[in-house]
Design a protein around this ligand. Structure first.
Ligand SMILES: Nc1ncnc2c1ncn2[C@@H]1O[C@H](COP(=O)(O)OP(=O)(O)OP(=O)(O)O)[C@@H](O)[C@H]1O
Ligand SMILES: [Mg+2]
Length: 396
């Protein structure tokens, strides 16, 4: 039982992995920019993008934790389309105020001023009487930029620097994000630059472009699958740190099965850990753990979506999977399908609606879930049977 509780692998979304591997270039770019900003020089904002489960939040949190050690005042937010941006900001700023223990007076006043400038979405009544909601329109924050300037001045006055960390940036309302982006941009021209780090799905760049076109010149890192060696490190290092050796063949199988997808790495490694006894994970442990975990993940990630596909949609995903991972132009997919992109645009739209593919940029399509192409190949005969009825035949 203690073996089980000692499991180092972390499957919860956004959880810090026991070894954050394969993201050195991204981490050091963020570290460099944060140091630059701390020293008073402007630095290019950085955005981590990638499909679900690629490790964007984990990396953003790691960078934020490092920034916290460099004296940063961090406003960390996760905007969503269903919440007024002002409320999201307000909570982020309140958290930052709480985290900045025993605030010097000027900084405390800076925090108070900005919190006052932001409308509350709900107001807590005293003596545990609950909360009342106030409608807080999105755009009624005329003082936000002024208040951010005051907070920035107060932060610098106290020898600290201001950092925004925005997760799920693709969900942030354009008008709300514009205040923060414009503010950060304006400070770049001063001796007190504020810094911004963000993470979001592919498409974040296009979303930010709507906020301000100069965000095109920010630095974007697309997080992708880890290499085989990185995957092995992500599994072997945490086990070794707990005195557990993984047999080379077992490690090989785990790397193959998880295919470098960070979320799968944690899931498969965790299942293997739970199957082992003593101080070694054997090939037998891994072989016992894999089928159940594969069923679970296939069910969660792919089966539910794929069950809903029509024969024509099955043909489309088969054609797309043949092109391999990554985004493809709709023209390439149509050519693989043996037709024109106009002819199959309605199938594409249906697949977008069914959440199987999405458009990371105009004229492009990509599977929404990592390793979908592998899933399609592994289930090819069944999908081909279902596609058989399709009136649009591939290769014609
Ligand atoms: N570099 C890494 N090495 C190993 N495991 C990682 C790495 N990065 C993240 N993970 C693990 O992968 C899983 C997914 O990470 P995370 O939630 O950060 O992804 P995400 O890209 O933010 O996903 P989402 O788009 O759903 O928010 C977590 O279990 C995390 O611990
Ligand atoms: Mg995330």
């Amino acid at each position: 039982m203690s073996d089980q509780l000692d499991n180092p692998f972390r499957t919860a979304p956004g959880s810090e992995p026991p070894a954050l591997v394969g993201r050195d270039a991204e981490s050091s770019a963020a570290r460099y920019s944060l140091n630059l900003s701390e020293s008073g020089a402007p630095a290019q904002p950085i955005v981590f993008t990638g499909l679900r489960g690629m490790g964007k939040t984990a990396l953003l949190r790691r960078c934020v934790a490092e920034a916290a050690n460099t004296n940063a005042v961090i406003i960390a937010i996760e905007p969503s389309a269903s919440e007024p941006f002002a409320s999201t900001m307000r909570r982020g700023i309140e958290r930052a105020a709480k985290a900045s223990a025993s605030l010097p007076q000027k900084l405390r006043i800076g925090f108070e001023k900005i919190i006052d400038a932001l409308p509350r979405a709900s107001y807590e009544l005293p003596n545990d009487l609950g909360a009342v909601s106030l409608s807080a329109p999105q755009h009624e924050t005329p003082d936000l930029v002024n208040a951010l300037e005051d907070l920035n001045d107060a932060t610098r006055h106290n020898g600290r620097h201001l950092v925004f960390a925005i997760d799920e940036v693709q969900s942030g309302p354009v008008d709300g994000l514009r205040d923060v982006v414009t503010f950060v941009h304006a400070t770049a021209n001063t001796k007190r630059p504020a810094y911004l780090l963000a993470a979001g799905l592919p498409g974040s760049r296009e979303h930010l472009h709507k906020v301000r076109t100069y965000t095109e010149r920010w630095r974007y890192f697309r997080l992708d699958l880890l290499t085989v060696d990185e995957t092995k490190d992500a599994i072997a290092i945490p086990a070794r740190e707990r005195g557990v050796h993984i047999a080379p063949a077992a490690l090989e199988r785990l790397a193959e099965e998880s295919a470098g997808y960070p979320y799968f790495i944690q899931e498969y490694a965790s299942a293997a850990w739970l199957a082992h006894r003593g101080d070694a994970i054997t090939e037998g442990d891994v072989e016992r753990a894999i089928p159940g975990m594969r069923r679970l993940l296939e069910d969660d990630f792919y089966d539910a979506r794929f069950r809903l596909l029509t024969p024509r949609e099955c043909s489309y995903v088969l054609a797309m999977a043949d092109l391999g991972p990554g985004p493809h132009t709709v023209g390439e997919i149509a050519a693989q399908f043996g037709t024109t992109s106009e002819t199959i645009s309605s199938i594409r739209n249906q697949l977008v609606r069914k959440d199987v593919i999405y458009s990371p940029a105009s004229g492009m399509a990509e599977f929404r879930i990592p390793l979908t192409d592998r899933y399609v190949h592994q289930h090819k005969p069944a999908l081909e049977r279902r596609a058989h009825d399709s009136r649009v035949q591939r290769g014609r």
